[in-house]
Structures are given as C-alpha cells and as structure tokens.
Ligand binder design. Structure first.
Ligand code: ZN
Length: 412
C-alpha cells in the first residue's frame, strides 16, 4: 500500500552511499575523506545535529572522534549531498582504520511524540473568574477543524485555506464545548496560532504573498491561507498521525467531550504509547507534557504533605509526580483538572487506594492503615481530614468527578 510505504519512509533518513579516503596517513596527521550522504526520507531535518566521524583502532576501541565542521544535516534536503571531512589522527598509531558512521533519522514516532508534546502546551490563555475560569478552546478547536479539512481533501498540511468549510467545522465543535462567554471566533486562532511555532498564516496582498497581520474577515476567503511548519506539515500529511494528534488534542483539552468530538472513533484500549526511557533521558510525548503542566500549576508542591522540590528546569527531573485522578488508560483524560501533584510517597499511597483526595477537598484515609503497626502508616493516617493543597488558579482545581472516583476506590 502506498500509505504504508510512505509511513515507512517518513521522517529524515540519512544513508551513507559512498565513502573514499586517503590510502595512507602518517601519525600525527590528517585523514581526508569524501562522503556521499543521501536523505532517503521525505522530510528535511529541523533540529540541529552534528555529523561525527569516529575511527577505531585495531582493538575496536574508538581512537578519535571528529565533528565535521561544515556539515549541517538540516541543509540536506531529500536527495544526495557530498561532504568532505578532515579527521586529525592522534599520535597513537591506528593500525586499522574503520570509519563507522552514524545514521541520523527520526522515526515517525519520535517526531509525533515531540509534536504531541507541543500540542499539549498550546498557548491557549485562561479566562473567566472564580468557578468560570477555564482555558480558551479556540486553538485546539481550529486544529481539529483543520485536520477534518485535510481528511476531506479541502486542504493540505501546507495549504490550508481560510474558507467557509473551515469555519463551519470550527463552529460545529465550538457549539459542543463552549463555556460561559466564549466567542465563536475562528479568525482568532487562525492568526494567533503563529505564536506556537508551527503555523504560518499568509495573505495575498497588492505586492504578493505577505504574512497575515490581522484576524481575517469572512470576505478574505480566497486570499488568506495558512500552512503547518516546523515538521508539522509533514507529520500532518499522514492520516494515522492526524488521528493521534486529534486524540491528543481531545484528551488534553476536551476529555469530557470525546464522544461527540471524535464520533465513530472507538477509544483505543491502550493509551497512546510513549517510549519508556530512563529518568535522566529526555522524553517526548503526552506523559511528560502532562507532567510539566501539573508541576507548573502546583508549583512543584505535593497536594498532600506540601513538600516542594523544584530543581532547575534544565534538570528536567522532579521528586514530585503528576498523578492522574482517573488513570489515563481508563479516562483518556489529560486535562490538568484530572491531575494532582504528589510526592513519591503520597503518589504511591494514592495509587494503592490507601489515601484519597475527596470531593470535600480533604484527604481521606483507609481504615486498613494501622498507626500502631508502623511509623509509615502513622504518617499516612495523620493526613485524614487535612485539606488538599490546591493551585491558586481555580481553572485547574481537580474535577469533582475525579475526586469522587478516588473516594470510591478508597479501601474500606
Ligand atoms: Zn507528599
């Protein structure tokens, strides 16, 4: 199938086609190499990566590694590229030269994870006061409408017309999810999605195509267009990617409306998988995006004991977890109101239903805990009747449904 073939080719796939090098070289000295690299994928690379060449000695150990100075794989469009490199040879004799090369390439899943992370982090804005505080739905709704348009052949990821079909699909969804005084204004996200780094809106002006500066009017149909950028234009060209991005947008922004926003789409049994990696490796995808949002909202403070540990952002590790009230596998709900920041201990205890945050905004404790048996149980029992430590912004207070779910799970 053509689509499957495309999915396999997806991403940036670099292959070393040819390599020639000096027949002999003195040490110390310089080894000159010529390489022919081909990008056999369908997209160009957007992130900075270096081309490095390592030479091994006869024992198979890396004897020297050089970064090729003027090779920027981001310039390697699909096609072939000639690269020359000079590798300094150290004093130590290298008896056997074996160029070993790195093949760069982003599997589609890695790119998709990174894109979903950014979709989770749209700069949506929070409006309203007190109990009416909520995130504005416009940007995620526009993206859902755009994916519809691409599905239906009205648009391609790099050519999205500002048209009635787009506004209709936006409005149909808007009516389902609107809150309080939200305004039905697709023109707003059509312009302001540009601030999220993967959207370019343009207008046909007197002197040609210029970037869109103001919100488009209905009469601008035929003159205003947008396109995905930054790799999204390629990702969104694959139907299965659009399905996963749509699922992610709904899980993050409109979990309560999944049935109407994703009609006819059976909820997958498994949550969207994100790669299992060690704690100290960078992760991408929905899980880390959810965690970051919860930690930001709770300012890295455990909602049970108040412990706050906030390491520098660059560390990207935390002792405080982002716990789901109703687990994602069951709820497909990554809205921040389905989350709670908890330290490892209280996360552990909540997941085993020994403690529960309840609709009265207090912690309740299971009677199976015996404070005479262990100091740990004594500590947990002390939580009984204590208030949940909640974020300041009411827009992100826990959903009562999630609290009810937890209170019902508490071991009696
Ligand atoms: Zn705690």
């Amino acid at each position: 199938m053509e689509l499957e073939k495309l999915a396999r080719l997806a991403g940036y796939r670099f292959v070393l086609r040819e390599i020639t090098h000096d027949k002999s070289v003195s040490h110390p000295g310089t080894l000159n190499m010529k390489m022919k690299w081909a990008n056999v994928g369908v997209a160009k690379l957007y992130r900075p990566f270096n081309l490095q060449i390592s030479l091994r000695n006869s024992a198979g150990e890396t004897a020297t590694t050089t970064t090729v100075a003027d090779a920027d794989p981001r310039d390697w469009l699909p096609g072939e590229r000639d690269i020359t490199a000079s590798v300094p040879i150290p004093c130590e004799p290298i008896l056997f030269l074996l160029p070993c090369y790195q093949i760069f390439g982003f599997p589609n899943a890695v790119l998709l994870d990174a894109a979903i992370e950014r979709l989770y982090d749209l700069n949506v804005g929070v409006v309203g006061v007190a109990g009416e505080r909520h995130e504005r739905p416009h940007k995620p709704l526009l993206l859902l409408a755009v994916f519809d348009l691409i599905d239906e052949g009205f648009a391609t990821p790099d050519h999205i017309p500002w048209c009635r079909e787009l506004r209709d699909r936006f409005t149909a969804r808007f009516d389902l999810v609107r809150k309080h005084d939200d305004q039905n204004s697709p023109e707003n996200p059509f312009l302001y999605l540009r601030n999220d780094g993967f959207w370019l809106a343009t207008k046909l002006g007197p002197s040609g195509i210029e970037s869109l500066q103001t919100q488009p009017l209905v009469g601008d149909t035929g003159m205003v267009f947008a396109g995905f950028t930054d790799g999204f234009e390629f990702l969104a060209s694959i139907p299965d990617n659009r399905r996963k991005m749509r699922d992610a947008l709904v899980a993050r922004y409109f979990p309560q409306h999944a049935a109407v926003l994703l009609p006819g789409v059976p909820t997958p049994v498994e949550p969207y998988p994100s790669a299992k990696v060690a704690d100290d490796e960078p992760e991408f995808g929905r899980s880390p995006a959810f965690r970051r949002k919860i930690l930001e909202i709770y300012d890295h403070q455990c909602a049970a004991c108040g412990l706050r540990i906030k390491l520098p952002a660059a560390q990207d590790v935390s002792f405080i977890d982002a716990a789901h009230l109703i687990p994602f596998a069951e709820s497909h709900n990554d809205h921040p109101t389905n989350g709670l920041a908890l330290c490892k201990n209280h996360h552990w205890a909540m997941d085993r239903n020994l403690i529960a945050p309840c609709p009265d905004h207090q912690w309740h404790v299971s009677p199976v805990l015996d404070p005479r048996r262990s100091t740990g149980e004594k500590e947990l029992q002390r939580l009984s009747g204590k208030s949940l430590l909640l974020p300041q912004d009411q827009a992100f207070h826990p959903d009562p449904e999630g609290l009810r779910w937890r209170s019902e799970k508490l071991i009696a």
